[in-house]
Design a protein around this ligand. Sequence first.
Ligand code: ZN
Length: 149
Amino acid sequence: MSLPPGRIHHIAVVVRSIETSLGLYRDLLGLPLETIMDIPSDRVRIAFLGVGESKVELVEPTDDTTGVARFLASRGEGFHHLCLEVENLAEELTRLAISGVELIDSAPRRGAEGPVAFLHPRSCGGVLVELIEALGGPSWRGLGMGDPA
Ligand code: ZN
């Protein structure tokens, strides 16, 4: 059985400054800015820009203690992760774990737009893969995460 993603939810790019990067993604490439928000639990600030049914996520570390900050320090700005939408995140994680995929998050956690979990690049051909259960999916309440913000 293969993963049945609904779509590419977003592609994430690590940036030094969201404000500066909007000069490219919003102003020159013309992608509409949907939102900018702080995610204090991850010590990042993010922006989503729409591209059809998908998005580009800009990720700016807000301190230097996180993996994202170390990524920026060691590799500079650039592609960070691919996020695929799934129908039932908890089921996918169980199935992938049984199949031997190394999970960074063994259980769904609260993301900006739905429950999310990351798969280790070691199991994904060097790509950090995030799975998201779409906004309004069944996991928000089932996981005790409350209603979507
Ligand atoms: Zn993401």
